[in-house]
Design a protein around this ligand. Sequence first.
Ligand code: SAH
Length: 364
Amino acid sequence: MSALLPHLIERIQTTGPLSIAEYMQECLLHPTHGYYATRDPFGADGDFTTAPEISQMFGELLGLCLAQAWLDRDAPKSFILAEPGPGRGTLMADIMRATRSVPGFHAAANLYLIEASATLRGVQKETLADYDVTWCDAISDLPHGTLLLVANEFLDALPIRQFLRDGTGWRERRVGLPETPDTLIFGAGESTQIPALAHRLHDTKYGDLVEINAAARATATEISQRIARDGGLALLVDYGSWHSTGDTFQALKSHQFIDPLLQPGDADLTAHVDFEPLTEEAETAGIHASGLTHQGVLLERLGITGRAQALAANMTGETLDAHISAHRRLTHPEEMGTLFKALALFAKGTPPPPGFNPPGANSV
Ligand code: SAH
């Protein structure tokens, strides 16, 4: 049985059913039994894999994109290179390796990682042993200064709330207990008016489910206000769409989807990311958001095919086959190419980073 389950049962018995956000928060980040707190979940032996773990090309190309953006901003002598949710540190290591030959970039970069898991901080420390890195608990802890930020599959791990349309009101989906309280079940609260969902009354009907990721929105606000004040840009890559209707809450265990209530604390929990609210926060802060860009298109524009061919020249047999399939996995529309999207946030009066659609031109 999951070590977290008795704790969740007791909490629900004491204070009532949990919102999906409270349940995600407990499952992912509980200090002793939480999913990220207790393990390194990546790779073939783990539960899921991510673009930087699939191929070094992902981080290399984003690194060169960041370096070009730095040059386009007159190469500031000191800037913050930040990554929230860095996993194993692979993306940052690939960014640093690819930018070694860009004169002045390493000397100007001050590396900051924002990571909630002590276990993963330990892994990141090993991966990035060659660099001077500072860890933070939150993006708001970063010092002031030109910000170059990159995040891959960070926003999807933040807690969402779910609401079921009921007339002109909404019933919040919750996690509660059955009569014999030895497992968890979904339920829904009373119908109430939710001002933050007023705009969703136009494109939903009775029984439809919508999601709010308040933490993702707050992240976009924090990043956008910093870029408006200090200059810089952010590259946000995740799976999702402009805005969604329907249940995207999902659990992965050993690369299989499972019921999200089945193994609390032992399965990865995520939800698709809505990019519309992130764009709204950028506009409110007075900066630009690029058009939403398919990951496959972005990587092709940044030159993945040429890079893949250069790497392939030194490969044979199984290594070559794995490399070819990694290239396909990152870019093909039937794999990660269109499900994964990239959004860049950047200061007004500065050019968009290479590879991204211009503001307003979403590829959806
Ligand atoms: N970017 C990595 C890992 C993605 S998994 C990759 O692409 O491989 C999500 C990461 O976000 C993990 O490192 C997890 O520990 C971290 N994380 C989740 N919630 C967080 C939070 N609230 N604050 C900081 N880090 C968080």
